[in-house]
Structures are given as C-alpha cells and as structure tokens.
Design a protein around this ligand. Structure first.
Ligand code: G6P
Length: 608
C-alpha cells in the first residue's frame, strides 16, 4: 500500500512528482506529501491530509524548485490519518518515504528514544529515518553503506526511497519484498511503486528485486545487494499506452472500466482460442499438458474480488473437469497449519500481483508439496508473477477504479479457459468446444447488456437510500451475488451481504422486511425451481425483491423483475456480473460518493 515516487532530474521535479502521485493515488489517499532539496540546498517539505489534489494546490502556491525529491501518498497503517503521520519523514539530513510495514518498529523506537531521538509521528517510517541518522552519525559512512548496514535491523516487507541532504546527487532505493520500479530517462532517472506513475515521462524500466539497494544518479544507476556486490537488472520497454489510463468521456474510472469489458475480454481471449474451438496457453510452455494431467486437486487462494472469481471457478472445476477444488481467502491460508492434498496444484488470482496476503500464501505454499503453482494476474512484472511457476495474464489493461470490475470478468474468462483446457486433457468430451463457442460470444453479449443500462439506472434510483441489502444466488451465482454485494458496499457504503439462497432460511430470513431489498440472481438453469421457492419465502414475509433473470414468473407486487436476455450457460455468470456492477455504480452515483476512491480502501494492499 502507499505510493512512492522520486526523481533526480535536469528540470524542476515538482510536476513529475505531483503528476506521478496522482497516478499512484489508487494505492492510498489518506494523505500525501513531498520533500525536495531546493537550490539553496535546503529541505522543503509539504504535506497535507486528504487527496493528492489538495497537496498539489498547496505546492503550486509555494512555487518551489528542485532537481531531487521524493513524494508519497499514504494509506494509514501505523498511526491515524494526520499531517504528522504523513510522509516524507525526516531525521535531520535524512529524508525517507516508505511503503510496507516494519514489524519491529516498537523495539527500534524504544532504542532510538534512549539515544535522544524525539518522535513527532506514530509511523514506522520515522523510526527508519532516525535509525539511518543514528547509524550514519555513529559510522560516518555514506548513506548507501549506512542503509546496507541497517537493513538487517529492519524486519518486514517494505520498499523505501531515501535522500541524504548532505549528498543531494543521489537517491537510494531499497526493495524488500515490496515493489519498486526504476524509470530510465536521458540525463535523469526516476523511481516509483508502479510504472503507471512514470509512463508520461519514460517507457524504459527496470524492476528492483528483493534485497536490491539502488543508487540512482542523474546519469547512472548502480544496484547492489547488502554485501555490496553489483547486481544487474534487465531493462524492459513498456507497451502500456499513457492515454489508456485517462478517463476520457467517462465520469469515473469505474464507469470506463465497466464499459471497457467487451474489449478487455476480447484481449483476454486473443491468441488463445484456436479455430478448431480448442484453447492454447502458449505462455505456459510445453510442460503444461504433462503437468495438468497429473492434477488431482486444485487449491485457489486470493483476496477480495479475486477471491470471488476463484469461488465461481470452484463450481466450474468440479462440475466440468471433475477435479476437486478448494478456495481460500489468502490471509486465512497463511494463518493456519496447512496439509496439502496429494497431487494438488495451487492457483493464486490477483489483479495487482502485489497483494501481501496472496504473496505470503504463495510463499508459504512452497514449503508444502504442491505439484506447482500458477498465478492469474493482470500485472506483468509484478512480484506474484515473478515468484510463481506459471503465469496466465488477464490482459484487462490498467484498472484504476479501486472497485475491481474488468479484472473480475477477465479473471473469470481465464479461469473458464483453464477449465476447458483441463477438461480436454482429462478427456471429458465436448466441454472444451462448448466453452470456446460460448467464450467467442461473450464480448457481444456484454455489449448488449451495457447498452441497456437505463434499466439498471431506474432501479438504482429506487434503492440508493436503503441502508441494507441482501444478494442471493445458487450454485455459481452465489459467488456472483458475493461480488454484487462487495461492489455495492465498497462504493456506496450500503451494508450488503450475500447468501447462498438456500441458506436464507437458516438465519438471515429474520432480517427480511420491506426496508431490506433482496437482489436475486436467478437465470434459467437447473436450480431455478429451487430459487423460486426462496423468492416465495421472502415475498410471503413482505420482503422487497429484485430478480435478475431471463425469466418472469407470477408473483406478488413486491417482486420486481429485471429481465435480461438469455445467455449461454457457461458464460452466464460473467454476464450476470455486469448488471450488478452497474447497479452498484449508479447507486453510488445517486449517493454522490467518491466512486473511484472509496473511503478507507486502496486498490493495491501491500500489507498483511
Ligand atoms: C483490495 C482492492 C480490491 C481487490 C483486493 C485484491 O482490497 O480494494 O478491489 O479485489 O485488494 O486485490 P488483487 O490485486 O490481489 O486482486
């Protein structure tokens, strides 16, 4: 969590830092700040609580100039949201911005207090700043050597950038299991938590790896490990287009990303569907078939929306490939003693590839006897991709809205392809061909529903002032209900819960009254008759019901139908997601909420 950007340049860096921070706001937006060394060789630090725009206004009023500086957008972990807790943190000549968590900060803080340091914030970052200062005072070493000497004392997963005011010719970047990427310029260089922050200034990047300490000057970059050996990191050229991360004609990134789904899914399918209705995953290499044939159990680990995608695929893996599948929330996977099943294969799913809980689960799984692991991820070059045996890209394109939309549907698309592939290898007749035929239709079917948004807009005006909502579904529509409820609570702050429709009578039915709308996802399938009974149970208790279905059935007045076109079985769960995304979006719009940056949340959660 938290976003870092830093630069050492020929020109004034203010614009680079502030524009970069705007792009990193998805990582946290509780407060933000920057510090530069100005022409008079003094530190100028500006910080404020709230969104990056507030900082930009403050900075613009001051007309400052500098060619070396760091900036940070914060998602609070240690200490409340306040100016004092906002980065950069300074200890005399040492300036630090930091992302991640220091696990032993309390011990270090106590020690540093005995050395006379006074703490102005509750952050672990200020502990780092004072520690580096203390170490430098003691050893008189350069800041790079001080950092090399100190990293063993810093426990946790983090990344940071440090400036020593007494040597304003270099930035020092440290990567400890939390991402940092160097942007290469001409006579100037940059560093950020994500390349997105730098795409308007460079396309050339270098990813730092765990344990790297980089010394970044205007004209050269040297990367060391803690034993002072020089390390070489590959330069990559980014194909991501800067313009793809602009909102364009849309009011919010979330709206744009909902509407991008037909194209994103086309990109996900591209080069993976063969003319003879089979699937190829060229990126998995030749081992793929041998490996997949051995799989007797699939274990999927993920968080948030990615977890909901995993839950849908559990139904697919079991019913279509006859492979037992368990899905687990990543933080729980890492919180218990695990017993891996025989010939089990681990799949992680993540939009960002940086979610700390998912990464930690992957690392933990390596101590167990899984056949191997694969990640389904949207961010090439992310830590999860780098640390996984296999990688399938969702190709959704950059997603900025904190509430995931196109990531979810593209994850489901990849999962469905994987299901088809495994069904074929297990010689389960016709499944692969049927899935491929369905997938080919998916982008157009989604366009169809997007064109009918008015239907959903009308319902949103009826529901936006409700305080609670229930979402129910059966089979693979239960996790779709979970995703609908998650979207709603994330961006509208309406309390929303999802239940397996059959479970309603075991408790939640007690909640039913006319003030709690129940959203029912009920396409025509083998479970429809059962869910109809659940609808009756609610309607006879005067519940207010909204049924999303391709069917209408005769019911009392309190049952409203949102009639959707019939959609082919395999892709229907993906299709039914779209109206629920739109519903959450238009409800939040009616409530005038900050849709792209909901309170207390961040897109990339890099702390456990
Ligand atoms: C955060 C985001 C969610 C996301 C979850 C998992 O909580 O706000 O939208 O679903 O992390 O993220 P990942 O990048 O691993 O899919």
């Amino acid at each position: 969590m938290c976003g870092i950007i830093a630069a050492i340049t020929q020109r004034n860096i203010i614009d680079i830092l502030t524009k970069g921070l705007k792009k990193l706001e998805y990582r946290g937006y509780d407060s933000s700040g920057l510090a530069i060394i100005n022409n008079e060789k003094n530190i100028v630090r500006i910080r404020c609580v709230g969104k990056v725009n507030k900082l930009i206004n403050k900075v613009n009023k001051k007309k400052i100039f500098g060619t070396i500086g760091v900036a940070h957008t914060r998602w609070a972990t240690h200490g409340i949201v306040s100016k004092e807790n906002t980065h950069p943190h300074i200890s005399s000549n040492i300036i630090v911005v930091h992302n991640g968590i220091l696990e032993n900060d309390a011990l270090l803080r106590d020690f540093l207090k005995t050395q006379g340091y006074i703490f102005r914030s509750n952050t672990d970052t200020e502990v780092i700043a004072h520690l580096l200062h203390w170490e430098q005072n003691k050893t008189k070493h350069s800041i790079k050597n001080v950092i090399q000497d100190s990293v063993n004392k810093l426990h946790g997963n983090y990344s940071m950038v440090v400036i020593d005011k007494n040597n304003p010719l270099e930035l020092i970047a440290v990567c400890s299991k939390s991402p940092l990427i160097i942007g290469l310029g001409i006579g100037e260089n940059f560093i950020a938590s994500d390349q997105i922050a730098l795409l308007n200034i460079t396309k050339r990047f270098m990813y730092l790896e765990d344990g790297d300490i980089a010394v970044i000057k205007k004209k050269d970059i040297n990367i060391f490990n803690k034993n002072d050996f020089i390390i070489h990191r590959k330069e990559i050229f980014s194909n991501i287009k800067y313009k793809t991360v602009k909102k364009g004609k849309y009011r919010h990134y979330m709206e744009k990303e909902i509407y991008e789904q037909p194209v994103s899914i086309k990109n996900t399918l591209e080069n993976r569907l063969n003319k003879n209705n089979t699937i190829n995953f060229l990126e998995l290499g030749k081992q793929e078939d041998v490996l997949f044939c051995k799989i007797e159990h699939i274990h999927i680990v993920a968080c948030g929306t990615s977890y909901n995608a995993a839950m849908v695929s559990k139904y697919w893996f079991e019913s279509l490939t006859n492979t037992p599948c368990d899905v687990e929330i990543a933080s729980e996977f890492s919180s218990r003693t695990l017993a891996a099943r025989k010939n089990s294969f681990l799949i992680t799913i993540s939009q960002s590839g940086e979610t700390a809980d998912t990464l930690s689960a992957l690392r933990q799984s390596k101590k167990l006897k899984y056949l191997g692991n694969l990640t389904i991820c949207n961010m090439e070059g992310s830590t999860l991709v780098k640390e996984s045996d296999y990688y399938l890209s969702t190709n959704a394109g950059i997603e900025i809205g904190v509430a995931s939309t196109k990531s979810f549907t593209t994850q489901l698309t990849v999962l469905l392809m994987l299901v088809a592939k495994i069904a074929n290898l297990k010689k389960i007749n016709n499944i692969e061909k049927k899935i491929v035929k369905n997938l080919n239709m998916l982008p157009n079917r989604i366009t169809e529903i997007l064109e009918n948004k008015q239907l959903i807009k009308n319902i949103a005006t009826q529901l936006f002032n409700k305080k609670h909502m229930l979402f129910i579904g059966r089979g693979e529509y239960y996790p779709i209900a979970m995703e609908g409820a998650l979207k709603l609570k994330e961006i509208s702050y309406i309390h929303a819960e999802a239940y397996a429709a059959g479970e309603l009578k075991h408790g939640p039915l007690a909640l039913i009254d006319k003030d709690i709308p129940v959203i029912v996802i009920a396409p025509k399938n083998t479970l429809l008759e059962k869910i109809k009974k659940n609808i009756k149970e609610i309607s006879s208790r005067s519940g207010l019901i909204y049924v999303f279905s391709d069917q209408t059935f005769n019911y009392e007045e309190n049952v409203n139908f949102i009639t959707l076109p019939y959609v082919e079985t395999f892709i229907a769960p993906i299709f039914y997601t779209i109206p629920l995304q739109l519903l959450a979006y238009y409800i939040a719009l009616n409530k005038n909420k900050n849709i792209d940056k909901p309170r207390h949340l961040a897109k990339s959660v890099t702390v456990e």
